[in-house]
Design a protein around this ligand. Structure first.
Ligand SMILES: Nc1ncnc2c1ncn2[C@@H]1O[C@H](COP(=O)(O)OP(=O)(O)OP(=O)(O)O)[C@@H](O)[C@H]1O
Length: 741
């Protein structure tokens, strides 16, 4: 899905990677004129108008004072200017000629945003906005559900009272037959909001047909279309077995649009003449995944094939229900395609807190459960990896503090890389001296490694679950999971099941494959290590916590500079403009995570952080497999970064990234220019290509201002985003990947 950056194969502009191209070949005149041309090209950050501050996150090597080169032999881990104590010799690094380790704590950009002064008054905890209504007045039977169904909800699912959206939706859909658009925040029970009235209606048909009742072969009455399937219906199986099940007959069908469209065209036994309810679940997602055409076709076919039913009590017209947590343009478009004279069903705010704030028609607001506590961490790119580690160390410092946390990243390669980093053994290296100063020897190390690997294999035959060594301690051992769309479907299902059912504290590092529609118990913390590709995706990601009235926390990592403007988007989700939104920074996180450790207090937080970073860097250098993973993670991260939606790209501007610093957060010491990932053009080749292009441009080719090819990064980005959606669709559409049953 969104992660699968490996598909997004567009070139990164050279301006992003190299500061000064070295021109080789051609005559000296060619070289000189190319150099002059490049000197006259605007530098990143130029031409933005006088009021726009240059992003400090971007450093121009050309203007930076020359640094003394530090080799790993003598000064590894030492800050360039007044940095840190060098490591004791016995833990010293292996020689890697030409490798330089830069300090973590120098040349980091500062935050550009002045923090608003917080009000003196203590901020009250907000009342949950997606909880079941516990006033005793609102029961399922009071809403008109049959005692039978209400008893079933109570005894089988332990559901005592409806949520606000269920109250609004059940009362509306039971009494009227108009189309409806159900809009409610994440974790508010939207599924039952449409399912309960639908089931009750179909059960009522059973009473109407006294002699025989409704059987599976009485007809198909309802179709629920969802982007992914959480139940066992169609879309995840082989088409042949689906056809066999369709032949046996069914009353409610849950399907992905792609597969239903296919069956409507090719499966004769699929009779849709009795369909009287059509539900479009997760409408925004259906449209994001590009199902518009299929949905349009499905609606037309259902209209054309509808016939009067022989079953008494079946309504004459079809009711269509569209469901979404957000109301963005594409949802409105889906409404135009599928709904006629629809009522807009929203939770009544007075149900939750007895108060309205006079702003309830603002469609863009109130998308985040009010009790969800959000924070943002301003972390420069060099400190990202250590800050995430420190954050998780602190989170799991005590048993019972947090049970489950999800870490979202932008691409599968980053998820794989972090999984390996967090499950590795700290301080263990091939052929290195151990902590007592004795030579551990290669053989011993290898047998240790084999033991660890076999333990991991026992824990997870698929290699997606491992002990989280980086943030476990003697009092609290944490399990680590990884999940992304490049894993086979059965591996995803098994991993998710393990995370969902684990009684141990657990962390899942994943891509947006887990951002929507998943109802995972006890997720108390969501970390957006890489911000989501769109604000809507962000809403869904953080919606994995604070569900059904429960507490939850979410923290997003933002880099100093333009990314800090994202805070405005975070604020927009709240009724009160985000008064409770809190800010933290890398120093605070590192102090808390590395400074106060249950294991040792002998080193200060900067030294401990540096030790940890150096250890990861050496581990990557010592192991070609992990080095390759780090490089791939780095490359895919950059590609993914370029695919933020167009309206938010000014906050996630690839040209503002400092790639050298970013490399550090992937444990890489190489300059990005040296990173060669198979299948990608090297920067040298790119330089040549760009040089040729600029020569031919100089030879008279004129480009129109504003034409798409004037901005190769932008046009390739759109292309990449399109391909990414296509990949997501391939991954999601035909898969019952989250079938936890
Ligand atoms: N009235 C209720 N009382 C208690 N639990 C409920 C109630 N209604 C639904 N649930 C449970 O809440 C969980 C979340 O429901 P659901 O997945 O429908 O939420 P949602 O609004 O669709 O969330 P999202 O938008 O994130 O997909 C489910 O486990 C469901 O069983």
């Amino acid at each position: 899905m969104a992660d699968d950056g490996m598909l997004l194969n567009f070139a990164l502009g050279d301006s992003v990677i190299t500061q000064e191209a070295k021109y080789k070949g051609g005559t000296w005149r060619d070289r000189l004129s190319a150099k002059k041309r490049s000197q006259h090209q605007p530098q990143p950050g130029e031409g933005k108008g006088p009021h726009q501050p240059k992003n400090p996150n971007q450093t121009q090597l050309g203007t930076r004072p020359a640094k003394r080169q530090r080799t790993t032999d003598s000064n590894e881990g030492r800050g360039g200017d007044g940095g840190h104590r060098s490591r004791p010799q016995q833990q010293g690094p292996r020689r890697h000629p030409g490798q330089f380790a830069s300090s973590l704590f120098t040349s980091n950009p500062e935050s550009t945003h002045v923090e608003e002064p917080k009000s003196e008054e203590p901020i009250q905890d907000a009342k949950p906005t997606n909880a079941p209504l516990v006033d005793g007045l609102d029961t399922f039977t009071n809403l008109g559900l049959s005692p039978n169904l209400a008893a079933h909800l109570l005894t089988k699912l332990e559901l005592k009272a409806p949520t606000a959206i269920q109250k609004a939706s059940v009362s509306q859909l039971l009494k009227e037959e108009s189309d409806a658009f159900i809009q409610a925040e994440t974790g508010s029970g939207k599924t039952l909001a449409y399912l309960l009235p639908l089931v009750q209606r179909i059960m009522a048909l059973s009473k109407a047909t006294k002699e025989a009742g409704v059987h599976r072969d009485s007809g198909l009455f309802a179709i629920i279309l969802a982007p992914t399937l959480c139940g066992t219906v169609i879309g995840g199986e082989k088409k042949k077995s689906e056809k066999a099940r369709l032949r046996k007959g069914l009353n409610i069908l849950v399907a992905t649009p792609g597969r239903l469209a296919d069956h409507l065209d090719n499966t004769e036994v699929l009779d849709v003449s009795n369909v009287r309810w059509l539900v479009l679940d997760e409408g925004d997602r259906l449209m994001d995944l590009g199902f518009e055409e299929e949905l349009q076709g499905i609606v037309k076919k259902l209209d054309a094939r509808q016939r009067p039913s022989r079953v008494p009590g079946v309504p004459t017209r079809r009711t269509t229900v569209l469901c979404s947590a957000t109301l963005k343009m594409n949802v409105q478009r889906l409404g135009e395609i599928s709904l006629k004279d629809a009522v807009h069903i929203k939770a009544d705010p007075t149900d939750e807190d007895g108060e309205t704030d006079g702003n309830k028609d603002d469609e863009d607001s109130f998308r985040v459960p009010a009790q969800l506590k959000q924070s943002y961490a301003v972390v420069p790119s060099k400190l990202r990896l250590v800050s995430l580690t420190a954050f998780l160390k602190r989170t799991f410092i005590r048993k019972g503090s947090v049970m489950k946390a999800i870490v979202f990243v932008s691409c599968a390669d980053s998820a794989d890389f972090l999984f390996e980093v967090f499950s590795r053994e700290f301080g263990k290296r091939k052929g290195r001296k151990n902590k007592d100063g004795n030579d551990s020897g290669d053989e011993e190390d290898e047998s240790d490694e084999a033991k660890v690997l076999s333990e991991r294999e026992k824990m997870s035959p698929h290699g997606t679950i491992a002990p989280a060594t980086a943030f476990s301690n003697s009092l609290n051992s944490v399990r680590l999971h990884r999940l992304h769309g490049s894993l086979p479907q059965q591996v995803r299902t098994a991993t998710l099941k393990s995370f969902s059912r684990s009684d141990d504290p657990s962390v899942m590092v994943c891509t947006d494959v887990a951002a929507r529609g998943l109802d995972l118990p006890n997720v108390e913390l969501v970390i957006e290590y890489d911000p989501a590709f769109s604000a809507d995706d962000h809403t869904h990601r953080i919606g994995r916590t604070a569900r059904l009235g429960r507490d939850g926390r979410a923290c997003i990592f933002l880099q100093p500079g333009c990314e800090e403007n994202y805070v405005e988007i975070l604020k927009r989700g709240y009724r009160d403009g985000g008064k409770a939104l809190t800010r933290t920074d890398a120093t605070e996180i590192l102090k808390r995570g590395f400074g106060v450790s249950v294991d040792s207090t002998s080193k200060n937080w900067e030294e401990k952080t540096t030790d940890w970073q150096m250890d990861v860097e050496r581990w990557a250098l010592d192991n070609p497999k992990y080095l390759e993973m780090a490089r791939r993670g780095f490359q895919s991260h950059i590609r993914a970064y370029a695919t933020h939606i167009a309206t938010e790209r000014s906050m996630f501007d690839i040209k503002e990234l400092h790639l050298g610093h970013l490399a550090k957060s992937f444990a890489l010491r190489d300059r990005p220019g040296k990173i060669n990932v198979p299948g990608l053009r090297t920067s040298k080749e790119e330089t040549k290509k760009d040089f040729k292009a600029s020569r031919s441009g100089a030879a008279g080719q004129k480009r129109k201002a504003g034409a798409a090819d004037d901005n190769p990064v932008a046009s390739s980005t759109d292309d990449a985003a399109r391909r990414m959606r296509q990949k997501m669709r391939e991954n999601m559409a035909g898969a019952s990947e989250f079938n936890l049953a």
